[in-house]
Each structure stands twice: as structure tokens, then as C-alpha cells.
Design a protein around this ligand. Structure first.
Ligand SMILES: [Fe+2]
Length: 169
């Protein structure tokens, strides 16, 4: 007679906690967490432009920024869920998330539409570079799923940068 099937409940967040730590997954999850934080930061910065931009370019910039923050907000969820799939905690780095963001008040001089566009452009370029680096790191780590996700995000930021660059020209 076969031995009865027994299930052993393990303490800890995951049964897999018993496995040795996968150092590659730790590094990739940390890089994803940086990318998640920077993505949220750019959502906030893009939203501020959406609300406060003024001048003849108001409407096209108001529309473009809405497209961009909508995409990035959805992407942040996908990035966070990939971190969870790698069995790491999904969290943002709060200090870094607001670092350098304009917290302006009514007494501050408003940035011009052109300054806002150039500010967003350089952030999209930087984020794109971060995702290119993540593609490389993920490929080296044998993690094609993260590499695919990072490729998709780099493509988005390259396209957003092109649109902003064309607007600023
Ligand atoms: Fe809006």
C-alpha cells in the first residue's frame, strides 16, 4: 500500500524560502525596484506638466503627457509584479522617488512649456538607458522574461523621448 500523501507546511513567506538565495534574482529584483521607483517618479513629474503647462502648446502637451503617464502607471504595476514573481518584495525607494521633483508653490516662477518638455525628455532618456542596462543584466542572468519586459520599457521611453525632442525642436 502506498504511503499517504503528506503535506508539510513550512514557516516563512514561501516554501521556497528553504532554497538557497539566488543572487542573480536578488540583483535583478533590485534593478527592477530602481526602475519601478524611477517610473513612478516620472509619472509624478509628467502629471505636474499635464496640470501646469501653459501657453500655445498647452493642448498637445496636455494630451501627450496624459498618454505617457497612463502608460507608465500601468507599467509600474507590471514591473512590481515581476519583482514578486522573482520572490522579492515589491517596493519603491521613497526618497529617490521625489528627488529633484518640482514641489513649486504659487510664488515660484512657472517653468516654461519648453523647460518642462526638456526636463521630461532627459528623464525619458535616462530611464531608457536604465532599461537597456537591465536588458543586458537580465540576459547575463538567464532571465529572458525580465529582459523582454525591460526591452518593451526601453522602446516606450525611446518613443516618448523622440516625441518630446520633436516638440522641443
Ligand atoms: Fe487630466
Amino acid at each position: 500500500m502506498e504511503a499517504p500523501l503528506t503535506i508539510t507546511l513550512k514557516h516563512g513567506r514561501y516554501a521556497e524560502d528553504a532554497k538557497p538565495v539566488d543572487r542573480n534574482a536578488v540583483a535583478i529584483a533590485d534593478a527592477l525596484s530602481d526602475a519601478l521607483t524611477d517610473t513612478y517618479r516620472l509619472v509624478l513629474k509628467t502629471h505636474a506638466c499635464h496640470w501646469n503647462v501653459a501657453g500655445p502648446m498647452f493642448y498637445p502637451l496636455h494630451q501627450m503627457t496624459e498618454e505617457h503617464y497612463t502608460d507608465m502607471f500601468a507599467a509600474a504595476d507590471v514591473l512590481a509584479e515581476r519583482i514578486r514573481a522573482l520572490r522579492k518584495r515589491a517596493s519603491v525607494k521613497p526618497a529617490r522617488m521625489i528627488d529633484g521633483l518640482d514641489t513649486g508653490s504659487d510664488t515660484d516662477a512657472d517653468p516654461t512649456a519648453d523647460e518642462m518638455v526638456r526636463g521630461l525628455l532627459s528623464d525619458h532618456e535616462a530611464l531608457s538607458q536604465r532599461f537597456y542596462a537591465l536588458v543586458e543584466a537580465a540576459e547575463i542572468s538567464g532571465d529572458p522574461v525580465t529582459a523582454d519586459l525591460a526591452t518593451e520599457r526601453a522602446a516606450f521611453h525611446d518613443k516618448a523621448a523622440w516625441m518630446l525632442r520633436a516638440t522641443a525642436a
